[in-house]
Design a protein around this ligand. Structure first.
Ligand SMILES: NC(=O)c1ccc[n+]([C@@H]2O[C@H](COP(=O)([O-])OP(=O)(O)OC[C@H]3O[C@@H](n4cnc5c(N)ncnc54)[C@H](OP(=O)(O)O)[C@@H]3O)[C@@H](O)[C@H]2O)c1
Length: 251
């Protein structure tokens, strides 16, 4: 993708990786629209980044996604980049009785269905642009699951598959389809303690490496893979799956 001259909508732009990407693209002079539920966070980000726009929606709300698409078409007709990044991650105990399926459903709605819905709602706009990009955030856990996050890992494996099919269907169109598969990064995804977990990659380092990869265009098969995620991404290919699985799931 081009690194400048874009109009970019980022879901999950109120914190973590989404906010990092929003600010990095904004600093390059792109028009950036951040989407999230927390109005106070949207206000803070747009105040810190003059020219950035915040739109408050819950991506689980299908009517809100449709209304967002109408608003974007009117206010930002040049939209050419969608970053499907909103996501939630929860631990689950499948042996518990009763299993709380509301937790599983919440992750499926946010991580999978909202991504599919947002893409469907904005794709006609993207298709009408000379060059457009859809980036979807998956995870290293799409490739090697952690047993305490069963539905979360499965939602990301779903997205990895779905993104490949989207790429096939958009072959020959102006829309490039990329997958962003982060390693474990210091954000509040699984709670505040993750922000300072020394085992997680510092957010600033992660965003800098991603922006470098995007600038270089070094994206085999449309995958944005920083060094730290490659062990998980290529575990199966490299005959390392059992070892990686054991690291993620110690006895
Ligand atoms: N950090 C990691 O270790 C890691 C690793 C692999 C993949 N990822 C993926 O990276 C993406 C970003 O996560 P993060 O690590 O940056 O965590 P984060 O700081 O918790 O960010 C999650 C973002 O998603 C938004 N969001 C969640 N539910 C939403 C909803 N119903 N409607 C609208 N927005 C919603 C949140 O905004 P509001 O709360 O304001 O709505 C927030 O901006 C996720 O897809 C995550 O699965 C993260």
């Amino acid at each position: 993708m081009e690194m400048t001259g874009n109009t970019i909508l980022i879901t999950g732009g109120t914190s973590g990786i989404g906010r990092g990407l929003a600010e990095a693209f904004h600093a390059l002079g792109n028009q950036v629209i951040v989407v999230g539920r927390r109005q106070a966070r949207l206000d803070k980000i747009t105040a810190a980044n003059p020219g950035m726009t915040g739109i408050q929606i819950d991506v689980q709300d299908h009517a809100a996604i449709e209304a967002l698409a109408v608003r974007v078409r009117q206010e930002f007709p040049a939209l050419n980049v969608l970053i499907n990044n909103a996501g939630i991650s929860r631990t689950e105990s499948l042996a518990e009785e009763p299993v709380d399926l509301a937790v599983s459903r919440d992750m499926i709605e946010t991580n999978i269905l909202s991504t599919m819905h947002m893409t469907a709602a904005l794709l006609p706009m993207l298709m009408a642009r000379p060059k457009a990009t859809i980036i979807t955030t998956t995870s290293g856990l799409a490739f090697v699951p952690r047993g305490n996050f069963p539905t979360y890992c499965a939602t990301k494996a779903f997205l990895h598959s779905w993104v490949q099919s989207l790429r096939v269907q958009l072959r020959g169109s102006p829309v490039e389809v990329l997958e962003l598969a982060p390693p474990y990064v210091q954000t509040e995804l699984a709670g505040e303690q993750q922000l300072t977990d020394p085992h997680a990659m510092p957010l600033g380092e992660y965003i800098a490496e991603v922006m470098q990869l995007l600038t270089e265009g070094d994206l085999p098969d449309g995958e944005i893979l920083v060094e730290r995620v490659k062990a998980a991404r290529w575990a199966e290919r490299d005959g390392e799956y059992a070892r990686q699985f054991a690291i993620f799931n110690p006895e």
